[in-house]
Design a protein around this ligand. Structure first.
Ligand SMILES: *Cc1c(COP(=O)(O)O)cnc(C)c1O
Length: 834
């Protein structure tokens, strides 16, 4: 008898969404959950009371959804990711449950100031940037599309560091986001899995003479589950995100009684709980640290245990696993899941290798996020062997079979064996996690057309020939719920007033705004919205940084991780060029620009940190030079995270997407900005290419070398000094920076920056693209001077961004990789509709 089909002994009345029920629930939460009265309640108490009220409204749907997946035995999709960059949850809950109006009224009548309490909520910043935010957008889309999708990851105690700027430099502060408790999560102390590390492998023959393997003498850690409901928009579906937290095993307690060394035992306990302590804050280099490898295996092992336990409620063998389970690997970070599933099937459940391998490869799929060699994960065989000895053996066996098959296909070709091997034999043996992920998956996807093409032509060329059709493209997307409906209420309401609210679940409906670009009254309203959003950012900057910004100036925005390939430095070269032009000819009718930067540098990435200092030093000089006042301002907004992104994006006029062609896999910041009516200045890189296709080349500013031209230039020996010598304006700019014009207190401070360009080969082709970038910025200025035309282009951008909804992306994953179907829940009941 199915437990879920029995009637619950607890009959509860479902929560309601009318104003009075909300008020009642707020007051109950404050009293009975927070334990305060209105006299003593702080803003934080009020935030918690409000959060509990919203959370209560998620739970019926969440439980029903989980129950219906179980009862209908649906195929589930598991999104494995070391990062989930969720941001705040409060307003997301309110909007996805579609009860904003009653919510606002109820808070008002309860004397709760929404603007103040929502600021109390810390961002859940369990991610570095694009990759982690993608995972968060995907969870929103899976729930909205009624797909049985689960997020699996780590509940880091400390997320992405908080960035403060002190004397113009980045200073990292710990992100103790759980300090006051997390109202959105449910601890599940009973969901506990054992995770083994180290130890050794013993071989033995079983009763039938088969070779078997035992992994013994291990150091063990427990993984404890924390669950967070993920509500879809305008549906009863609420999915689950399960994050694992490290707990010491009970052995520690036994051991200190036995050994009498209590303090040492507690120290050891701490050491094992350190596993889930902190997110690694580097999104661009694979750092090969022991703790990171342990984090990867820790969450993968716990998640697979959990998935197989769930699977086996209905199935007594593993034949149907690929029909009931799809696991998507977000980059190679969770790729250890492949040998782990093999270990479970072969060592624990005694399946034959071929059968286990068939099941495994049909279960996994892998998303690649980068072509850059320094970001491709590899692990030293020696380190891997000490931490996961059995997995190393399994990887060797996977590799042996791969190379045997390759050899049959290409007899005598040793080059291809060396290139395709999972083990890199050169300079200390290392495991290439991308090769493991490709071999162990039935589909591998890139995240934008150009990225997938380059994958197939360059780093994975041999694999594409060997496994034709395995590598496919699925262009990234963003959720329109957070990135337009929530972040830009004014624009969302304007759009809804003209085309109705259908766009929120079907972003292609924005196309219906195209004709309105030619409607003067719509343009006026659109311009008024942009103006108010700019004023809001101006007020925020005044309050937080004490600076004055002119809302009429062109807001030129580059917000993303600071990285040389993203070329914040090229933007800086433009700023200094403008500064010089304005100083030398103040009356030439310059467009007033406010150049806004935001982004974190990896703590160990000294060049990126120096670029932050350079931006701030330039801001100091430029913003205090009366000759350019009224023409140019430079601002670095500290601590770029999801919440600051939500504040900045609606206010942007110009979106800087200027990575070296061939380096940015997709980008998603480009999508958020264009969807909010910023025009893009960008290279033909990542999703910029597809954005141009959608919005039309008249409505985007493209410059620079193409990926092919970059490759050719590299092959022919790129000489950055040629550009330095032949372009006087560029030379002046570089000389100013290099000789201390912006750092008079330390003239040599930025010499290392200039040296990367002139002495060390300008790896990212800034000098080669400089002239084209400056000329393109000139066109931007000219376009901005015709405000009617600019607004027309901005509307056409918004109207033609429908393709970039993560709903489209997720439907493609569901159809082309997962073979997953929506599990339609019961329709919303009348009293539950907001
Ligand atoms: C979208 C987003 C990113 C990714 O930006 P890119 O411009 O695509 O690199 C990074 N960080 C945050 C907080 C984001 O919201």
């Amino acid at each position: 008898m199915n437990d879920y089909l029995k009637t619950s002994i607890f009959e509860h009345k479902k929560v309601r969404f009318d104003k009075d029920s909300i008020k009642h629930s707020l007051s109950n939460s404050l009293t009975y959950s927070v334990g305060k009265d209105t006299v003593t309640a702080t803003d934080r108490d009020m935030f918690f009371a409000t959060a509990y009220m919203v959370r209560n409204r998620l739970i019926d749907r969440w439980m029903e959804t989980m129950r219906s997946y179980y009862v209908n035995d649906v195929k589930r999709v598991y999104y494995f990711s070391l990062e989930f960059l969720m941001g705040r949850t409060l307003m997301n809950g309110v909007h996805n449950l579609a009860f904003e109006q009653q919510f606002r009224e109820a808070l008002k009548e309860s004397a709760i100031n929404l603007d103040e309490i929502r600021e109390v909520e810390p961002d859940a910043a369990l991610g570095n940037g694009g990759l982690g935010r993608l995972a968060a957008c995907f969870l929103d889309s899976m729930a909205t599309l009624d797909l049985p999708g689960y997020g699996y990851g780590i509940r880091y105690e400390y997320g992405m560091f908080a960035q403060r700027i002190e004397d113009g430099r980045q200073v990292e502060h710990p992100d103790n986001w759980l300090r006051y408790g997390n109202p959105w999560e449910f601890p599940r102390p009973e969901v506990l899995h054992q995770v083994k590390f180290h130890g050794r492998v013993v071989q033995y023959a079983d009763e039938r003479g088969m070779l078997r393997y035992h992994w013994i003498d291990t150091d063990d850690v427990m993984a404890m589950a924390f669950d967070t409901p993920i509500p879809g928009y305008g549906t009863r579906t609420a999915n689950n995100m399960r994050l694992w937290s490290a707990k010491a095993t009970r052995d520690f307690e036994l051991r200190y009684f036995n050994e009498g060394n209590y303090v040492k035992a507690v120290e050891d306990k701490n050491a094992s709980e350190n596993l889930s302590k902190v997110l690694y804050p580097d999104d661009s280099t694979a750092m090969g640290r022991e703790l990171r490898l342990k984090q990867q295996y820790f969450f993968v092992c716990a998640s697979l245990h959990d998935i197989l336990r769930r699977y086996r409620k209905y199935q007594n063998n593993f034949d149907a696993l690929p029909d009931k389970v799809a696991i998507q690997l977000n980059d190679t970070h969770p790729a250890i899941a492949i040998p782990e599933l093999m270990r479970l099937l072969v060592d624990l459940h005694h399946l034959e290798w071929e059968k286990a391998w068939n099941i495994t490869t049909r279960t996994f799929a892998y998303t690649n996020h980068t072509l850059m060699p320094e970001a491709l994960e590899t692990w030293a065989v020696t380190l891997f062997e000490s931490i996961l000895p059995r997995h190393l053996q399994i990887i060797y066996e996977i590799n042996r079979r791969l190379l045997r098959d390759v050899m049959h296909r290409y007899p005598g070709d040793n080059g291809i064996l060396r290139r395709m091997s999972i083990i890199d034999e050169e300079g200390g043996r290392r495991i290439r996690m991308a090769h493991l992920a490709i071999v162990g998956s039935h589909k591998v996807n890139g995240v934008a057309q150009i990225h997938t093409e380059l994958m197939k032509q360059t780093i994975f060329r041999d694999f594409d020939r060997f496994f034709p059709g395995k590598i496919i493209n699925i262009t990234n997307g963003i959720t329109p719920r957070r990135w337009l409906n929530q972040a830009n209420r004014r624009l969302a309401e304007l759009i809804t007033s003209r085309i109705g609210p259908g766009w929120i679940k079907d972003l292609t409906q924005l196309k219906r705004l195209v004709p309105l670009a030619d409607d003067a009254s719509f343009r006026e309203e659109f311009a008024a919205v942009k103006r108010l959003d700019k004023e809001r950012l101006v007020a925020m900057l005044k309050k937080k940084l004490g600076i004055d910004i002119n809302p009429d100036s062109l807001f030129d925005v580059q917000i993303k991780r600071i990285h040389e390939y993203k070329r914040q430095l090229l933007n800086v070269l433009h700023v200094v060029t403008l500064y010089n032009r304005i100083r030398h000819d103040p009356n030439a009718g310059h467009v007033h620009r406010t150049v806004i930067f935001g982004g974190k540098a990896a703590p160990g990435y000294s060049m990126a940190k120096l670029i932050i200092k350079l931006i701030n030093d330039i801001a100091d000089i430029v913003n205090n030079d009366p000759r350019v006042a009224g023409h140019l301002k430079v601002v670095f907004i500290p601590n770029y995270d999801v919440s600051t992104a939500e504040e900045m994006i609606p206010a942007a006029d110009l979106s800087e997407q200027i990575s070296t062609a061939g380096t940015e896999a997709s980008g998603t910041g480009n999508m958020k900005l264009a969807l909010n009516g910023a025009l893009t200045i960008g290279t033909l890189d990542g999703a910029n290419i597809e954005i141009r296709e959608e919005v039309g080349e008249d409505n985007i500013f493209i410059f620079g070398l193409t990926a092919t031209e970059i490759t050719e230039m590299k092959a022919n020996g790129y000489q950055p000094l040629d550009f330095y010598h032949s372009n006087a304006e560029l030379r002046t700019v570089l000389d100013m920076i290099g000789s201390g014009f912006f750092s008079p207190d330390e003239p040599g401070r930025f010499k290392p920056v200039i040296d990367t360009l002139l002495q060390h080969g300008d790896k990212y082709f800034l000098l080669a693209d400089y002239a084209s970038y400056i000329a393109c910025q000139k066109k931007v200025d000219a376009a901005y001077q015709d405000q009617e035309e600019w607004i027309r282009k901005a509307i056409l951008n918004v109207a033609q961004m429908g393709k970039f909804s993560s709903d489209r992306t997720i439907l493609q994953y569901a159809n082309e990789i997962w073979d997953a179907k929506p599990a339609k829940p019961a329709p919303l009941q009348v009293d539950e509709i907001g």
